[in-house]
Ligand binder design. Structure first.
Ligand SMILES: *[C@@H]1O[C@H](CO)[C@@H](O)[C@H](O)[C@H]1NC(C)=O
Ligand SMILES: *[C@@H]1O[C@H](CO)[C@@H](O)[C@H](O)[C@H]1NC(C)=O
Length: 403
């Protein structure tokens, strides 16, 4: 439960999505990524970190505080998602850590963040040195999606050189007067991503060998802290040329995210922001080609499907609804299952351009039935797109002639 908002009001940040301690080998937490190794006391003034190298494995700039779980600060009782400590980034402050990377490799960064006092807080993530044209991505920490007040966010980059680079998590100046104001950060982890090669779908997974979509089953995506999979990881909106933590896919929105989730052991995407955030992939198509997009719609088993009990004005159950659009066509699939069932949506259309965008979004807004106000929505998985050439294949021509 979060009762924050106006500064100075009491906020309870309760730990709901408990995280198990991950292994340090390979993909996982950065060194001291959960800030459990405390700063040297001689480089602290109260909670404020005064020396740039005080926090083991990290460098900090600006007004950075070291937070103990359970302490009360400015009328807020703080808890942290991973272990007992976290950092709070004041206005124009940052924490940074060196990473060892391979040129051209694709990395996703996952971290937990909780908004504290400002209505809207923005974090900028960057890697330096990076590609010359890389502008740091701004991640809006504006909407709190989870009951605990903590959300996991993801970001990604492609390394521009071999060896050491510096990951920077920076809280931008957002016009707040109190220099201590800013989000709390914890559980910073990294994962190397691979981009699935064509044919994109694996045989036997329901996909087609001629599938034009990359990562249509969402098996490749940002790191999830073991034990926190039920909470999911937000994939924030991004510029079209930004590197996506969900390979192949873009999240198009002004400030809203989609959530990368684990549903009974399979990775999928929960559309938590209604029509305000769309999952988009652009592929090359032959204009005039007949295309068939398929996708599965289900739920995360998180109590969201209770919306099915609501009736619209005509007395019909509303449930959840996913809209898919491509070319000039669109379709909508309703989902009313209360666990485990998937609906398969089909959209047949003619490619209009040499590039076609496949778009998926939730047609409605939903919160969990537990009264917590946690945003939720329908889950999509196993998206595929197969296009035939505009000339019918011989067998089909024969069939037409016979008629
Ligand atoms: C610690 O912070 C307080 C309050 O901001 C300040 O008055 C004091 O001078 C600081 N102490 C040191 C040793 O910097
Ligand atoms: C990184 O790899 C790219 C592509 O292979 C190459 O053009 C570039 O020079 C490399 N950069 C460094 C610093 O090695």
């Amino acid at each position: 439960m979060v009762i924050n908002g106006a500064r100075g009001r009491v906020a309870l940040l309760l730990l709901v999505c408990a995280a198990a301690r991950p292994a340090f080998a390979g993909d996982g937490l950065l060194q001291n990524g959960n800030f459990e190794y405390a700063p040297d006391g001689s480089q602290m003034n109260g909670t404020r970190v005064t020396g740039p190298h005080a926090i083991p494995n990290w460098e900090s700039t600006g007004f950075v505080e070291y937070i103990d779980s359970g302490t009360t600060q400015g009328g807020m009782v703080l808890s942290v998602p991973e272990g007992a400590h976290a950092v709070r980034l004041g206005v124009d402050s940052s924490v940074r850590q060196q990473l060892s990377v391979t040129n051209g490799s694709y990395y996703s960064v996952t971290f937990s963040a909780a908004r504290t006092c400002a209505q809207s807080e923005k974090l900028r993530l960057s890697v330096i040195p990076g590609h010359d044209d890389d502008a740091p991505n701004e991640l809006p920490i504006q909407t709190v999606y989870s009951t605990s007040g903590w959300d996991s966010y993801s970001w990604a980059f492609i390394a521009a050189q071999d060896g050491a680079v510096t990951l920077v998590i920076h809280h931008a100046d957002d016009g707040v007067d109190d220099p201590a104001c800013g989000p709390i950060i914890d559980a910073v982890a990294i994962k190397t991503l691979t981009i699935p090669n064509p044919p994109y779908s694996q045989d036997g997974s329901g996909g087609s060998k001629n599938d034009l979509l990359r990562n249509g089953g969402f098996e490749e995506g940002p790191y999830m802290i073991p034990g926190s999979a039920a909470c999911g990881v937000l994939v924030p909106p991004m510029d079209e040329d930004a590197v996506s933590p969900l390979p192949g896919w873009m999240v198009m929105s002004y400030s809203k995210a989609v959530k990368y989730v684990d549903v009974s052991g399979t990775r999928a995407v929960e559309l938590v922001a209604g029509v305000e955030a769309a999952l988009v992939q652009e592929v090359e198509t032959v204009p005039g080609a007949d295309c068939r997009m398929e996708f599965s719609v289900g739920d995360a088993g998180d109590g969201c499907a209770a919306a099915c009990d609501d009736d619209d004005a005509n007395g019909n159950g509303i449930g959840m609804r996913v809209t898919a659009a491509a070319g000039e066509a669109s379709t909508s699939v309703a989902h009313c299952s209360k666990g485990g069932r998937w609906e398969r949506g089909v959209l047949e259309f003619k490619a209009v351009e040499s590039r076609t965008r496949v778009v998926l979004f939730s047609a409605g807004y939903h919160t969990r039935s537990d009264g917590s106000g946690t945003l939720c929505g329908p889950v999509v998985d196993d998206v595929s797109l197969v296009c035939a050439s505009s000339t019918p294949p011989p067998a089909r021509r024969r069939l037409l002639r016979r008629r």
